[in-house]
Design a protein around this ligand. Structure first.
Ligand SMILES: Nc1ncnc2c1ncn2[C@@H]1O[C@H](COP(=O)(O)OP(=O)(O)OP(=O)(O)O)[C@@H](O)[C@H]1O
Ligand code: SF4
Ligand SMILES: [Mg+2]
Length: 333
């Protein structure tokens, strides 16, 4: 029997509508025909993350990674589709139960400075949520903060300092401590090391790996850095313009990418020493999510495109056990 996934998205879509500004509305009165723009940030995305798994999420800028992360974290509502926690649809749960789940899923962002209140002391940044949610009492709080700081490699001596008194790497540790303090099961890391120097990146990645063991954590790890993803993930999910195009175990994906987009991404990426390595630039422009190409979104850049690729969107299907790909080549006669 396959286990119930910890977190699952089913058929999730997200559209952002950019309304008309005043000038456009005026122009329309004169018959200009300006229309609202709709960005299809996610288009029928389904993804399951199992308990204690690390899933890496990769794709070029604007393909919808952060949107998927935010919806998975419950901080953004999808336009369509459902989100399940341990097999239960979250939107159907009573408010208190839904809140408990939201606490179990914590998001760690790219820029710890922007997400840490500059006027709060570290002790309060880390201690605020556990106090508010009754995880600790006021009497236990300072000890709890000190323990949590130690767990992420921060000296509790500095608990009364403000975020600006720390380096970038230390600030990211504060962000991680704040997330850990509410005892989450699932961390969603959105480019969590992208803003850091390479040597600091390695330290923070090692911290993530250690915390995974220590707290039996599950991760969705969003990164444009293939080296980071390869190093950390059990499985990798590749996105292109709002759709998942391939899912595979990390080793299999890097050894034998199936989807032409994945192949193009991996082309020329030095293995393992790929730290801080952006994608190999895939030939051709990324089309706009405002007006994605019909059929397979990748067809204008795909060296294998066939006539039907321009008309029919290939479905994401299992092509081998545990391996999914969305490409018509897999079904060629
Ligand atoms: N709040 C929003 N309002 C309007 N459009 C948005 C909003 N958030 C994201 N988008 C659009 O949705 C698409 C997907 O954005 P998203 O931030 O999820 O991509 P991403 O893969 O995380 O990109 P990056 O690698 O640059 O972080 C983009 O076209 C983006 O401009
Ligand atoms: S479906 Fe067609 S265009 Fe899309 S990746 Fe496969 S071969 Fe290329
Ligand atoms: Mg993003």
């Amino acid at each position: 029997m396959t286990p119930v996934p910890m977190l699952e998205l089913r058929g999730v879509s997200k559209r952002f509508v950019k309304g008309l500004d005043l000038a456009q509305k005026m122009a329309n009165l004169l018959g200009a025909g300006e229309r609202e723009e709709v960005v299809h940030a996610l288009d029928h995305v389904s993804l399951a993350v199992n308990e204690r798994e690390v899933v890496g999420l990769v794709g070029e800028s604007g393909c919808g990674k952060s949107t998927l992360g935010r919806i998975a974290a419950g901080i953004m509502e999808p336009s369509d589709g459902t989100r399940l926690w341990l097999g239960q649809e979250v939107s159907g749960l009573p408010a208190a139960a839904a809140r408990r789940i939201e606490l179990k899923i914590q998001m760690i962002f790219q820029d710890p400075f922007a997400s840490l209140n500059p006027r709060m002391r570290v002790a309060d940044i880390i201690g605020e949520a556990p106090l508010a949610h009754g995880i600790v009492t006021r009497g236990e709080a300072s000890q709890y903060v000190a323990d949590t700081m130690r767990r992420v490699g921060l000296d509790p001596e500095f608990a009364r300092r403000y975020p600006h008194q720390f380096s970038g790497g230390q600030r990211q540790r504060i962000g991680i401590a704040r997330a850990l303090a509410v005892k989450p099961d699932f961390l969603i890391c959105d480019e969590s090391v992208a803003a850091l120097d390479v040597s600091i990146q390695a330290q923070i990645l090692n911290l993530f790996i250690r915390l995974r063991e220590e707290f039996a954590l599950t991760y969705l790890f969003i990164s444009h850095d293939l080296g980071v993803v390869e190093h950390l993930s059990d499985r990798v999910v590749i996105m292109y313009l709002g759709r998942i195009v391939e899912i595979a175990a990390t080793e299999e994906l890097f050894a034998k990418p199936n989807h032409p987009y994945t192949q193009a991404l991996l082309l020329g990426v030095p293995r393992l020493e790929a730290r801080n390595q952006d994608f190999a630039p895939v030939a051709g422009e990324i089309p706009s999510p405002l007006d994605p190409p019909p059929g397979c979104h990748f067809h204008p850049r795909c060296p294998h495109a066939m006539p039907k690729c321009r008309e029919i969107a290939p479905e994401l299907v299992e092509i081998a056990p545990g391996r999914m790909s969305a490409c018509h080549l897999n079904h060629a006669a």
